[in-house]
Ligand binder design. Sequence first.
Ligand SMILES: *Cc1c(COP(=O)(O)O)cnc(C)c1O
Length: 382
Amino acid sequence: MSTVQESRIHVMTPWLGADEVAAVTAVIESGWVAQGPKVAEFERAFARAMHTREAVAVSNCTTALHLALIVAGVGSGDDVVVPSFSFIATANAPTYVGARPVFADVDALTGNVTAETVEAALTPATRAVIIVDQGGVPVDLDAVRAVCDPRGIVVIEDAACGAGSTYKGRPVGAGAELTAWSFHPRKILTTGEGGMLTTNHSGWAARARTLREHAMSVSAAERHSSLVSPPEEYAEIGFNFRMTDLQAAVGIVQLSKLPEVVGRRRVNAARYRQEIAGIRGLRLVDDPAWGTSNFQSLWVEVGEDYPLDREQLLLALAEAGISARRGIMAAHRHAPYRDAGTDATLPVTARLTDRTLILPLFHTMTTAEQDRVIAVLREPTG
Ligand SMILES: *Cc1c(COP(=O)(O)O)cnc(C)c1O
């Protein structure tokens, strides 16, 4: 039966509405649109929600990772262990500070690095490790810290996809020394573009706050709120990694919706799981023993015993008006990092990159929409 008449099913739709419009309108009417009171309010709310002492809002997760490495003292000559199985920003961040990314392989069940794969990638020059909650699946932070803490290696969590996921009963990222978050629309909580750096280390947070704003001693917000401000000084070379109050106002509303959006995603993910369980050759990503995922990317591995390969299944879904996506990329297959790893040294990464695809999943997804996806998975050859 042809389904071309039916409307397209997107892989993801953000939850934006009248509350966000009202929040942005209020900021515009206030006359203060750049980093100011709304950014400060978003930071306080985010720190509370993620169980960390400090939250520093920035322009995106890539700049949050960049600042995390700087405040942790990582620089030229240092090695930083990262998964190749991640969006390329994870590997680029060490490169920005003159360090070398060293790739660790991942576990097939979670798509995340483990204590074992991290330990295997350590070198005498390793100063930091960036672990990722890939696709929202919580990484086993404590196991990685047990390897890194005794060696004085800083563990940074890339929780770009992780808002609303939990690790041992707390929000992911709460137990890392530094955690970076993304508010890109492809993630769960969005501000259009945006990011956050969270930490319990006040000295690091203070330095990140200065560095995001050209390392000036007096912030723009302070300068504009006083009639005669003290002359500002620049103690080092900083950046413009600021978030705007327009974005922060959206973020405050989005944060309040996070539990509900994640709850609805998990209900839809559970329904997929039930239906896919009986299909030979497909394996759906699941919660690990130590936490719960927001299923930011609900991926399925297409096995040898499935009638189609991953590319063919993507096409079959597309023909039915369903927009799925190839799974997570492998950085070592791209020009800047070809010398840093091979499929032979990163076999699980290679397998997951080649064999996984991300299913459509969003909070408003209807049973009928899910049934259309499941029908193609069941009978991919029509
Ligand atoms: C999306 C993503 C990033 C980059 O986030 P931006 O906010 O777009 O900079 C970094 N790491 C991971 C794992 C991501 O998925």
